[in-house]
Write a protein that binds this ligand. Structure first.
Ligand code: AR6
Length: 186
């Protein structure tokens, strides 16, 4: 757990779908019509109205690192943020920068809507093969830095909901490293 300004950042083991937050983040793809992994699970749970809303909001899909905001539909969450992460091609195609933009843009969208809480899954580290050791550091650093730079944000709770044990362990270590050395948050 790491507290910065008025915001608590924590890592939990479980699905984003289980989190009691205003908005959950979907690791989507550019087409924005659903898919496998967490994307498939979210679409299944939210119902068919979700893809209908996505067809209207993003008729031509969405670029990697950007965000499409929908209602929660059958979910209890107010919103779902759909962000396509980068596909890992060895790290020389700006994958770290794009991954960082996913997290930052979600925080901006949540804050612009005056939301209090947000749950992220580990974007890109499943089907898109982004190495978890690097992704966990990028995700926690990006979120901590953004919260640090935006002390008046409405967001008072950020949850990293880790579906797999290995993700949970890496994110827990990455957040602990920031907590041990607060000066590294920048
Ligand atoms: N429920 C909750 N979390 C899950 C589930 C699930 N059923 N399955 C995976 N996760 P991934 P990506 C977690 O692979 O790597 C889709 O087809 C997983 O442990 O879903 O960004 C999209 O449509 C990890 O924490 O997404 C894209 O085509 C996180 O969800 C592509 O996969 C992301 O893993 C995106 O690949």
């Amino acid at each position: 757990m790491l507290a910065i300004n008025q915001t608590v950042i924590e890592v939990v083991r479980g699905s984003v779908l289980e989190q009691d937050v205003d908005v959950i983040v979907n690791a989507a793809n550019n087409a924005m019509r659903g898919g496998g992994g967490v994307d498939g699970a979210i679409h299944l749970a939210a119902g068919k109205a979700l893809v209908e809303e996505l067809k209207i909001l993003s008729p031509h899909g969405c670029r990697s690192g950007e965000v499409v905001v929908t209602q929660g539909h059958a979910l209890r969450h107010k919103h779902i943020f759909h962000t396509p992460g980068p596909i890992w091609f060895g790290g020389l195609s700006k994958e770290p920068e794009v991954l960082s933009r996913c997290y930052r843009n979600c925080l901006v969208e949540a804050s612009n809507r005056s939301l209090s809480s947000i749950a992220f899954c580990s974007i890109s580290t499943g089907i898109y093969r982004f190495p978890i050791s690097r992704a966990s550091v990028i995700a926690t650093n990006t979120v901590a830095a953004w919260i640090n730079e935006n002390p008046s944000t409405s967001i008072n709770r950020v949850v990293f909901a880790m579906f797999q044990e290995q993700e949970f362990e890496h994110f827990t270590s990455a957040l602990a490293a920031l907590a041990e050395n607060p000066a590294s948050v920048s």
